[in-house]
Design a protein around this ligand. Structure first.
Ligand SMILES: NC(=O)c1ccc[n+]([C@@H]2O[C@H](COP(=O)([O-])OP(=O)(O)OC[C@H]3O[C@@H](n4cnc5c(N)ncnc54)[C@H](OP(=O)(O)O)[C@@H]3O)[C@@H](O)[C@H]2O)c1
Length: 250
């Protein structure tokens, strides 16, 4: 198969590209690093040319923002641009990766993911949407993002993290199959505390400083703590635990 990966140079996109190539597929990464800006107003024709002949497009784009309007504008415009290019190029399957609980927790970033899901569902390209829980790598992302000078803050959150490698494998499985609509959520094998995950990641990578636990204020802070971001009972459960992932870093 030929598979285009929007965000194919990112954390998950790189793993996806590796997995798809291992299975013998031709991969076309789409990102600014490969010359495609999916938010450029006149970019559809160029994207269509890049994905010509592809059987599926997997969207794992992301933007680093805490601003709701910015998140919605990014995910809406990139999704619409991708879907228009897919229509022009005759691509028959659009697969999007979303996050467990996006419609239950009021976060600025999540508002963009909800807009992305809606645009995919309302579009004319047959689609599949997979929601995954936080990746094990989320501990590393939060360790970096929540640093205030030498202090790394650890927000309180209930999560059931999953290996990004397993998310990548599931997305390639989905690209190899016909469009499914919304498929069961994907989560890791056990619930963890994000505070504990960040502290264990920090220790495993040689950080010895103080990592205070914090409760984020407001409705999203409450959603992080009250279990709303945990997977539903019918979720597909991955194999690798956070403990195994941490051990694999050494
Ligand atoms: N992190 C988690 O725990 C988690 C959990 C569940 C689901 N997800 C979802 O997983 C997906 C991937 O997350 P990630 O952490 O792998 O993201 P990431 O590492 O930040 O990668 C984002 C990708 O998007 C590309 N991109 C950004 N702006 C672009 C633009 N204007 N045009 C074209 N490409 C653009 C980036 O490449 P350039 O900078 O070169 O453009 C990069 O390849 C996201 O949709 C996220 O919501 C994440």
């Amino acid at each position: 198969m030929r598979i285009a990966i929007a965000g194919g140079t990112g954390l998950l996109g790189g793993k996806l590209a590796h997995e798809a190539k291992e299975r013998g597929h031709e991969v076309r990464p789409l990102s600014r690093a490969t010359g495609i800006d999916l938010t450029a107003p006149d970019g559809v024709a160029e994207t269509a040319a890049r994905i010509d002949g592809c059987d599926a497009v997997i969207d794992v784009l992301s933007i680093g923002t805490q601003n709701e309007a910015t998140s919605i504008a990014f995910f809406e415009s990139a999704t619409r641009s991708l879907l228009s290019a897919e229509k022009q190029a005759g691509v028959g399957h659009h697969i999007a990766l979303s996050i467990v609980g996006v419609d239950r927790a009021p976060a600025a970033y999540y508002a963009g993911k909800v807009a992305q899901e809606r645009a995919v569902q309302e579009g004319s390209i047959p689609w599949t949407i997979l929601r995954a829980t936080q990746f094990h790598e989320f501990a590393a992302q939060m360790f970096t993002v929540a640093a205030r000078g030498p202090i790394h803050l650890a927000p309180r959150m209930r999560t059931q993290p999953v290996a990004a490698d397993e998310v990548a494998r599931r997305l390639v499985d989905l690209a190899e199959a016909p469009a499914h609509g919304r498929v069961p959520d994907l989560a890791g094998p056990q619930e963890e505390s994000l505070v504990d995950m960040i502290r264990r990641y920090a220790r495993a990578t040689g950080h010895r400083g103080w990592i205070p636990a914090v409760s984020l204020p407001g409705p999203f802070g409450r959603a992080m703590r009250d279990g709303r971001l945990l997977p539903a009972a019918d979720a597909t459960i991955g194999r690798q635990s956070f403990t195994e992932w941490i051990a694999s870093l050494r």
